[in-house]
Design a protein around this ligand. Structure first.
Ligand code: ADP
Ligand SMILES: CSC[C@H]1O[C@H](OP(=O)(O)O)[C@H](O)[C@@H]1O
Length: 416
């Protein structure tokens, strides 16, 4: 893979050929199989694996790789939505940067090919996408600890707290990601509050979309959060940290898909994961178990939200106490103020992300897969109610417990 190649979207045969040419992965005589498994909104994902008489199951084949290739447009919409191939560079560089800080929490990157806009990485097919795992009501006892470590280390060590300010600025430049940021700016901080053709809102809740476009107080808070997203180069974010970007088992967690990475406000990543856990909590209403079993799983998920924030905060404080590089950051009271602001931002962004997943372009399967239309409508209205509450209260929040209470009230109140 040294000579330069003209970009083209790979087909299955190309992917196999490319895999064969990567040194040290497959033997020259290996029988290889390949499938395109991409189920995301943007890219092609090929799994290439070796078959032998003992292993025919791709997930069990000891030799297997993933080739993720960017298309020159957004796959979910089609060629009418052109999109930079540079996102493959951003994704591979972000994975490598994260791998230096938390190697056990991201897939290994084997190769990045700029000409073909692709990254070859570790195949995690023996893990489950977390969204699917939560929809099956699996338990992940170590997740809060793992994601808190991911967040604390990646955010702290890429910020002016943990990184020399000159190096940080060079990093900001490397991760300028205007086109992918524009998607977020539109889909999260604009479209849900206007009659955008991008919106995708069930007819049953069109009244809610109208209310969003008329709610000036809410829009004011969204604008403040949008402003921070546009202007605050606080840390290198993953940029799209929802439960579909996390591979998981009860013992291990791997974060994938950082193509939206850029320097932005820390709360955007923390808010993303919180929002998606709350959306799943709300979706549990449709589960045909008895009320007590449902209540227990919802309580489990909300406790996970609490644990994520608390463990993030305690790890972040400890990194600060032991590794801060900015002398002035040791000023009395600054650490407390900083973390309160990160919490408030996280809550605001969580609310925005809940709203966009109900009325905006890209939804979540947790809610959309509810087949009973009345139950789905109730879940959507609950999600909007809680999302709006979080946005409205974000600048007053002092503790994660207020978020949990808002969720409990939202679920109990709207669905009563
Ligand atoms: N490293 C990996 N190992 C195994 N499967 C993967 C890997 N990366 C992606 N996939 C599969 O491809 C799907 C889409 O990947 P993702 O990175 O989310 O693409 P997109 O950027 O298009 O959203 C994932 O849901 C998962 O099923
Ligand atoms: C037109 S992109 C919509 C949506 O898709 C991205 O998610 P993913 O890459 O996980 O499929 C991102 O959340 C964007 O907002």
């Amino acid at each position: 893979m040294t000579k330069s190649t003209v970009y083209r979207p790979l087909c299955i045969e190309d992917a196999v050929q490319l895999a064969r040419n990567i040194e040290g992965v497959f033997s020259p005589t290996a029988s290889l199989r390949c499938e395109e498994i991409g189920d995301g909104n943007l890219n092609l994902v090929f799994r290439v694996y070796e078959i032998s008489k003992d292993t025919t199951d791709s997930a069990l084949s000891p030799r297997r790789i993933i080739i993720k290739q960017a298309l020159p447009y957004a796959k979910v919409v089609g060629e009418s939505w052109p999109l930079t191939l540079d996102r493959a560079r951003i994704e591979s560089q972000a994975l490598i940067a994260q791998g230096q800080l938390v190697p056990h929490l991201v897939p290994k990157v084997y190769l990045y090919n700029p000409d073909l806009a692709l990254t070859v990485m570790e195949d995690l097919s023996d893990y489950t996408i977390m969204r699917a795992g939560l929809m099956q009501r699996n338990l992940y006892p170590l997740f809060a600890e793992h994601i808190a470590e991911f967040l604390a280390k990646t955010l702290f060590f890429s910020s002016d707290l943990g990184l020399n300010q000159q190096d940080k600025k060079r990093n900001v430049e490397r991760f300028i990601n205007p086109e992918l940021c524009k998607i977020t700016e539109d889909l999260i901080f604009d479209d849900p509050y206007t009659a955008s053709p991008n919106n995708n809102c069930d007819a049953a809740i069109e009244d809610e979309l109208k209310k969003l476009s008329q709610d000036c107080g809410l829009q004011f808070e969204v604008m403040l959060l949008r402003e921070k997203f546009l202007t605050q180069a606080q840390a290198l974010l993953h940029g799209d940290l929802h439960t579909g970007s996390i591979f998981i088992t009860p013992e291990s967690t791997k974060v994938i898909d950082p193509e939206f990475a850029y320097y932005g406000p820390m709360g955007f990543d923390i808010g993303a994961i919180i929002a998606n856990l709350i959306l799943n909590t709300i979706s549990q209403e449709h589960w045909s178990a008895d009320e007590e079993t449902r209540r227990q799983y919802r309580a489990y998920l909300l406790q996970m939200v609490r644990d994520i924030w608390n463990q993030f905060e305690s790890r972040f404080r400890s990194l600060w106490d032991n590794h801060v590089v900015d002398r002035m950051a040791q000023t009395d009271g600054y650490q407390d103020t900083y973390l309160t602001r990160v919490l408030q931002d996280s809550v605001g962004y969580a609310g925005c992300k809940m709203i966009r997943r109900i009325v905006g372009l890209a939804h979540v399967a947790d809610i959309d897969s509810i087949s009973d239309l009345h139950v789905r409508e109730r879940a959507q209205r609950t999600a909007l109610f809680i999302g709006k509450s979080l946005v409205n209260m974000n600048r007053r929040i002092q503790s994660i417990d207020e978020v949990i209470t808002a969720c409990e009230h939202g679920i109990a109140g709207v669905q009563a």
